[in-house]
Design a binder for this molecule. Structure first.
Ligand code: ADP
Ligand code: MG
Length: 732
């Protein structure tokens, strides 16, 4: 068990204006806990805080200033958590802060550069790299992606997403079992055998989220997203399975209402806009206060889902994201205060081990066989399925002598072998029946004779009936025991098959499942082909589905879309990324060729060395010179060349692998940008259409989408920049 308080980190977002300096300072003394001081500007202090307190100081495990790279954040915050997850503990990393402070940037990453990728893609990369290195265990990885909006849970990886609106999808609900474990109904788990598959799921979920977002439902600021990596591991041959979950959580914006107030009260009493965050705070307050027995986890979906991560079996880390500009001072102070409370919470992480029922059955079956064998040795007889002829004869002899024995105390001793006992009964039954038939056919004449033998038979019958009764009871007991065992085994099997069907439900999504046995390394001979986007089934299907609407566009609308795209700010990013992608492709292609060259060179060198050997042996035989035990100079040289070539090959191979990941990522970024563009175009188009309708009553509703392509150049130029401005997210 590992006891630990929740770790808290702070990250300050780069400010646009440089003159914000002086608003905060970071004190990172080697010996002391780092602290962040937020200095209230004079004018604010005068107005709101009674001029009494001008600065606030908060302690953090570490504070990352504006220039901190994503790489640094991963190394210092996420990597240690990922490591404990690999060791079998649960982990959670959550980002908390006001909208625009960098939560999504930190957790998922920026939408433009590869180097901006955040904690999720880097963690996936790290975990899969480690799994590949460790061949001592068998690992399985599953991904789920949950969004909580307005206290309702949505499965971002639900394959029905693109077919229906958010409201029509089955809601994810929280179920609690008698042991108070939380289960999420309707949340699909998707197996991911490679980093690439996991990354595709991340992008699919993000895109689904973007599509579902409308101005009325500002999902990105008002909802919480929980990306979960489920990892199970097992040693070969062992029945013990370890499960660990890593939640990577992007919370809703923590901004509060009631910004204006009097006196120092303002900062503490403002209420969250988001109800879930209010309940999260309640739980954290309860947990940080000593002697609180009731923790109100059940009040909201999010606290139920994160129950283990807060005051439970988990290694938890919080990242407070801060946008330290003057207008955000109060929100930043709130964020830091929240973090200080969180830091008081102690968690106790334990290894989550359980016995796999299927493996347990196999193990028990083996044990039974072993016991049977042991028994055979002890009793000195090997039990086969049926009794042998000799055994049967022996038994019948025993029965005959038993029946003939006049002693009322005599016993029929056949041992504990049930098969023998059964046979005795059968034999006796047969004898009895034979006798009955015989008696019936000779009944009238032998009446007298029979009567004199009656007392003996009566007694015998009674005795036999007793034995029969006794044996019957034994058999019943045994049968009951067997039934119970069978039911247990069936339940266990059922359980495991439910598990499997749940998993396979995830796999039945429209995108094809990954090949779990697929190549772990990049096939170099097909390097350029492997980098082709068409080999990424998830991605291409995603793009196809999301941009499918394009095909239904009228020509005019398509043209409008082209213009819209050209003038859109994001198109610069798309173009840039396209260029980078082209370069990377070219680089990958060249690398692939060099790798193939290196490979054939290695082959040639090996061949030469072998030939050299053969030559020497042949020489030895013909000239009768002993074969030298040490390799000669030429072979020495060939060998060092071979080593050198192998090294070169390895380096290039590693580089190609990294390139492949980068290319995949860039392609996904571009797809996402394209979907976004399309969505914005649709919104703009609809708006244009309605505004045109309002302005010109001559336009009938039936052709309400047509006016735009018919506009004059002048009209066009006027409307374009204006609508673009309207479309731009004010937060960006
Ligand atoms: P949040 O999710 O907290 O609302 P975002 O992560 O969306 O905030 O960040 C808002 C904007 O600021 C985005 O455009 C993002 O790219 C940018 N941003 C945030 N943090 C950083 C950072 N550390 N470096 C560069 N840009 C950042
Ligand atoms: Mg965000």
């Amino acid at each position: 068990m590992v006891k630990q308080t929740i770790q808290i980190f702070a990250r300050v977002k780069p400010t646009v204006r440089k003159q914000q300096q002086g608003i905060y300072s970071i004190d990172e003394d080697e010996k002391l806990t780092p602290s962040l001081e937020i200095i209230l500007p004079r004018d604010l202090a005068d107005g709101f805080v009674n001029n009494k307190r001008e600065s606030y100081r908060f302690k953090f495990q570490r504070i990352f200033d504006q220039d901190a790279k994503q790489e640094t954040i991963f190394e210092n915050i996420a990597k240690p958590v990922a490591e404990s997850v690999l060791a079998g503990y649960n982990g959670t990393i959550f980002a908390y802060g006001q909208t625009g402070s960098g939560k999504t940037f930190t957790i998922t990453g920026g939408a433009e550069r590869y180097s901006d990728r955040g904690i999720i893609p880097r963690t996936l990369s790290y975990i899969f790299e480690q799994l590949q290195k460790d061949s001592s265990k068998i690992y399985t990885t599953h991904i789920s992606y949950l969004e909580i909006y307005n206290e309702c849970g949505y499965d971002l990886l639900d394959p029905r997403h693109e077919a229906s609106s958010l409201e029509d999808l089955p809601k994810v609900t929280v179920l609690e079992d008698p042991d108070q474990n939380i289960h999420l109904k309707n949340l699909s788990l998707h197996q991911a055998a490679t980093e690439e598959e996991a990354l595709n799921l991340l992008f699919l979920g993000d895109t689904n989220r973007m599509i579902a977002e409308t101005p009325m439902n500002q999902a990105s600021t008002r909802s919480h997203c929980i990306f979960t990596i489920h990892l199970s591991s097992k040693e070969p041959g062992s029945a013990t399975v370890r499960h660990a979950k890593l939640h990577l959580v992007d919370l809703a914006g923590s901004e509060r209402v009631a910004k204006t107030g009097v006196g120092g009260q303002l900062l503490t009493e403002a209420k969250y806009i988001n109800l879930s965050l209010h309940y999260l705070e309640q739980v954290i307050i309860a947990l940080s206060e000593k002697h609180r027995s009731h923790i109100p986890y059940r009040n909201s979906m999010m606290t139920s889902v994160l129950r283990d991560s807060l005051g439970g079996n988990c290694m938890t880390t919080m990242i407070a994201t801060l946008s330290l500009e003057k207008r955000n001072i109060d929100e930043s102070i709130s964020t830091c205060r929240f973090a200080q409370r969180v830091a008081l919470i102690k968690n106790e992480a334990v290894l989550n081990e359980e016995i796999d029922p299927k493996l347990m059955i196999i193990r028990l079956q083996k044990e039974i066989q072993e016991l049977k064998d042991e028994l055979a040795i002890v009793t000195g007889e090997q039990r086969t399925e049926a009794l042998t002829e000799a055994e049967l004869l022996q038994l019948e002899k025993l029965i005959t002598s038993f029946l003939e024995d006049q002693d009322p105390e005599s016993k029929l001793e056949v041992g504990t072998d049930m098969r023998k006992i059964h046979h005795c009964f059968h034999y006796l039954k047969k004898l009895l029946n034979d006798k009955k038939i015989h008696r019936q056919s000779t009944a009238p004449s032998e009446n007298k004779d029979q009567n004199c033998q009656e007392p003996l038979k009566e007694e015998e019958y009674k005795k036999l009936r007793d034995i029969l009764q006794q044996r019957d009871n034994e058999i019943n007991i045994l049968v009951n025991m067997l039934k119970k065992e069978k039911k247990k085994a069936q339940d266990a099997l059922h359980l495991s098959s439910v598990d499997r069907s749940q998993l396979s439900h995830g796999q039945s999504s429209p995108f094809p499942p990954g090949n779990p046995d697929g190549p772990k390394t990049l096939p170099f001979s097909a390097s350029t082909q492997a980098l082709d986007s068409s080999t990424s089934p998830y991605r291409s299907s995603l793009l196809h589905r999301k941009t499918g609407m394009r095909e239904e566009m009228s020509l005019g609308r398509q043209e409008a879309f082209e213009i819209f795209k050209r003038d859109h700010a994001d198109s610069v990013t798309i173009e840039d990324n396209k260029q980078i992608l082209k370069q990377r492709f070219a680089e990958a292609k060249a690398l692939g060729e060099s790798i193939n060259e290196a490979r054939s060179k290695i082959g040639r060198l090996k061949e030469e060395i072998t030939q050299r050997h053969v030559q020497q042996v042949a020489l030895g035989i013909s000239e009768n010179i002993p074969v030298p035990s040490m390799p000669d100079q030429l072979e020495e040289k060939l060998r060092s060349q071979l080593e050198e070539e192998k090294r070169r090959y390895k380096t290039m191979f590693a580089r190609l692998k990294a390139l492949k990941v980068e290319i995949e990522h860039l392609q996904l970024l571009m797809d996402k940008a394209k979907v976004k563009l399309q969505k914005e175009f649709e919104a703009w188009w609809a708006k244009e259409a309605t505004s045109l309708q309002v302005n010109s009553p001559a336009v009938t509703p039936s052709n309400h989408v047509k006016p735009f392509p018919q506009m004059s150049e002048a009209q066009h130029e006027r409307s374009q920049p204006l609508s673009n401005k309207r479309l731009r997210d004010p937060g960006k």
